[in-house]
Write a protein that binds this ligand. Structure first.
Ligand code: NDP
Length: 412
């Protein structure tokens, strides 16, 4: 398979290196990004560590015609978009024009509205079908692997699924007072917006980080977790049969929340332009310039991520709850590919999906698909080989109702 990877940040680095580690499948690897020096660094590391040659280019993927020109030159079977959600539609347009398959790990988000929804990308369904090409959306860890855990449970473990709680813990320590594990701008836009979950066919909105729960994570222990809106809820509530409720939880340390709230209170997370010394700047973009890049956190990062899905449903007339999860160690991923575990868990699933496409197991039917609409079984088999082992544990019950509000939030 010939592959074009766009985006040479924390997760793009992992995708490029994992492709190089599967050189029998990926016969040609091309990495393109806005800042070409980042591609050069990754190319040199791949040459040194894996003795594989990859090609690189400078590319601004907001420019559709530049991306079309590069695709025509590289002739990839698949474009893996590891740039930012802002580029999704422009890269999908370039794929349509060149009749090339597409994959990403985060759904489209307009730069001037902090709102991530699938409808912009789902609107490409007919065009991709007519062009005979496939787009696979949200193939990172969450979204991505978590959706596939749910699809696996639906296919193999339950007759009907009623409740899903996606639980995401990073119990690592990067040694910085404040840093985000993936792109700071996207991360802060996600965390500072209202929470939302889906119950009995309706969306229920909460204040940002309004609800909190202590959750016991495998290999990590109990951690304070906060209810967030996350994009996989939107597709899973449509694709899991019999579902009554789905929610998403993420851990944040007190230090992270303190910094985030101060930044928010003083206007540093604003996404609208302000005039500074006669020049228009967007505060959150300036903040991103000051914060450490996700790819720079890897050296010396200790601890683990522990992410999974708590799923309650019926099998053979009996209710049961399972947790399907992965645990990933920051120091080990640094050793393997020079990346922290959040970049690693994001980068391994798209490479796994691409391997399934190369084998003809995924992407047989043209159109635009969320990963849970594809066969989960070969993915689960391959992703464990690629570095993300998974486990299934029976639990006595699910996470139950929302009970604990943060002390500083008033009851609604
Ligand atoms: P980084 O900020 O580390 O990397 C983003 C890269 O994209 C940078 O190299 C950046 O270039 C490049 N880029 C930005 N704009 C353009 C453009 N217009 N044209 C070409 N390249 C561009 O972020 P991450 O690696 O942490 O995240 C990458 C993606 O993965 C994001 O979309 C993020 O939302 C998603 N993600 C998904 C997760 C999941 O589990 N599904 C989890 C974590 C992240 P430059 O260096 O010039 O800024």
């Amino acid at each position: 398979m010939r592959v074009l990877i766009i985006g040479a940040g924390g997760a793009g680095n992992v995708v490029a290196k994992k492709c190089a580690m599967n050189k029998d499948t990926f016969t040609h690897i091309h990495l393109a990004s806005r800042t070409v020096s980042k591609c050069e660094k990754i190319r040199n590391e791949i040459k040194e560590q894996f003795s594989v040659d990859i090609e690189i280019s400078a590319l601004d993927a907001d420019n559709v015609s530049d991306t079309v020109t590069l695709i025509n030159q590289v002739k990839p079977d698949l474009v893996i978009n590891m740039a930012l959600p802002y580029q999704d539609l422009a890269i999908m347009d370039a794929c349509l024009e060149t009749k090339t398959n597409y994959m990403d790990t985060a759904n489209y988000e307009p730069i001037d509205v902090a709102k991530f929804e699938y409808h912009w990308q789902w609107a490409y369904q007919d065009k991709f079908k007519e062009a005979g090409i496939t787009a696979i959306l949200g193939c990172g860890f969450d979204p991505g692997q978590t959706n596939i855990y749910c699809a696996y449970a639906q296919k193999n473990l339950f007759d009907e699924i009623h409740y899903i709680d996606i639980i995401d813990c990073n119990a690592g320590d990067h040694g910085k007072a404040f840093a985000t594990n993936f792109n700071p701008e996207i991360n802060l836009r996600e965390v500072t917006q209202n929470g939302r979950y889906w119950e009995n066919g309706e969306w229920v909105e909460t204040e940002p980080l309004e609800f909190r729960k202590m959750i016991d994570y495998p290999e990590v222990g109990e951690k304070a977790s906060y209810l967030l809106y996350h994009e996989e809820l939107e597709s899973l509530c449509q694709n899991i049969k019999g579902l009554k409720r789905i929610r998403f939880w993420m851990t944040f340390g007190d230090e992270y929340i303190k910094h985030m709230e101060v930044l928010q209170n003083i206007g540093m997370t604003r996404i609208d332009p302000v005039i500074h010394n006669g020049v228009e700047i967007v505060p959150i973009q300036f903040l991103k310039t000051l914060l450490p890049e996700p790819s720079s956190l890897s050296d010396g990062y200790t601890g683990k991520t522990s992410i999974g899905c708590v799923i309650t449903g019926i099998k053979d007339g009996v209710e049961k709850t399972v947790l399907i999860y992965n645990v990933c160690d920051h120091a080990q991923t640094h050793k393997e590919v020079g990346a922290q575990a959040v970049s690693y868990t994001t980068g391994v699933p798209p490479v796994t999906g691409a391997i399934l496409m190369a084998k003809g197991l995924w992407g047989k039917e043209p159109g635009v698909w969320n990963v849970e609409q594809l066969d989960p079984n070969p993915f689960m088999e391959e992703v464990a080989k690629q570095g993300l082992a998974w486990h299934i544990k029976e639990l006595p019950c699910g996470l139950g109702e929302l009970t604990e509000r943060r002390k500083d939030k008033k009851a609604a």
